[in-house]
Design a protein around this ligand. Structure first.
Ligand code: CUA
Length: 180
């Protein structure tokens, strides 16, 4: 029998299950249950799963909020594209826009201070991946992902997109500075 010819026995679905099939179904159920348990477990003991909040939002509203912060707190511009570097006040709401194909603006945060970091997409799905800290979040249009961040190490961090988003995906790299 192949997938191109009809099955020889018309009631093929009534044939007894083979032992090896039962074994594989059993393995899948046990593995599935284990992974279901690991989801909350990793959230508590792991370091990668964030306790983020998410709210419904429109891309236009998010863009407006981001622009307000950029207009108020830009300290300089960087690269040929003149990307604003924003140094927001400690404890404030900070906005990071994901769009084809950039993270905008560049952020400059202070070490050991907390900020409310809002991230959303203007078009379709992107993946926020902070390197080398390896912190990850799914970024969707229409949702404001809010992460309370307290950077504990000074340095220059890269934000890479880890969700394939088209021809410029590999160039979608942003930056976050953490200053002493
Ligand atoms: Cu954005 Cu890949």
């Amino acid at each position: 029998m192949s997938s191109l010819s009809p099955p020889a026995h018309k009631i093929w679905w009534k044939e007894p299950i083979e032992r090896v099939e039962i074994m594989w179904i059993g393995i899948c159920i046990v593995w599935g249950l284990l992974m279901t348990f690991m989801m909350p477990y990793w959230h508590v003991v792991g370091k990668q799963n964030l306790s983020n909040e998410a709210y419904r939002i429109t891309p236009a509203y998010f863009q407006k909020k981001a622009q307000e912060v950029v207009d108020k707190h830009t300290v300089r511009v960087e690269t040929d594209q003149k990307i604003p570097v924003v140094a927001p006040p400690v404890g404030s709401d900070v906005y990071l826009v994901a769009r084809l194909w950039e993270w905008w603006p560049i952020l400059e945060l202070k070490k050991d201070q907390s900020y409310r970091l809002h991230i959303s997409s203007m078009d379709w799905q992107h993946g926020f991946s902070l390197q080398p800290a390896n912190i990850n979040a799914q970024i969707m249009p229409g949702y404001d992902m809010v992460i309370t961040v307290t950077p504990n190490k000074a340095g220059t961090y890269s934000v890479v997109c880890n969700e394939f988003c088209g021809i410029g995906h590999h160039k979608m790299v942003g930056k976050i500075y953490v200053k002493e």
